[in-house]
Design a protein around this ligand. Structure first.
Ligand code: SF4
Ligand code: SF4
Length: 109
């Protein structure tokens, strides 16, 4: 079988119908999601203080080891639910979920 050249062309989801959610207790800021996403949904940056405080004890330890960096989704409405980020993440930190109507007008998480 030929590799997919344009994966979003095979995805029927309307942009913003689904959204990726990052489990920050698992994320190690390896940025594979940035490389995989054809819609530029992700960025990796320093974790916000309130997100750091919400981590488990192990998650805080991991976060410190990885420079307190994590993945965010500033362009979440562009998501076309191709699933490439889910399979690319080496930490199994990303899940796709149906976006709520109010979340479809939001930008980041
Ligand atoms: S969500 Fe996964 S692929 Fe993205 S930065 Fe975190 S560990 Fe890396
Ligand atoms: S499923 Fe993941 S890789 Fe695909 S468009 Fe959405 S955020 Fe990007």
């Amino acid at each position: 079988m030929l590799p997919k050249q344009n994966p979003i062309a095979e995805c029927d989801a309307e942009a913003g119908t689904y959204r990726p959610r990052v489990n920050r207790n698992r994320c190690e800021a390896k940025a594979a999601c940035i490389a995989a996403c054809p819609c530029q949904v992700f960025e990796v940056r320093r974790i916000a203080d309130q997100d750091f405080r919400a981590l488990s004890i192990l998650g805080r330890l991991k976060s410190r080891v990885h420079g307190r960096r994590t993945a965010y989704t500033p362009h979440v409405q562009a998501c076309k639910a191709c699933g490439l980020c889910v399979t690319a993440c080496p930490e199994h930190a990303i899940t796709l979920e149906l976006a709520s109507p109010s979340a479809r007008s939001g930008t980041d998480e």
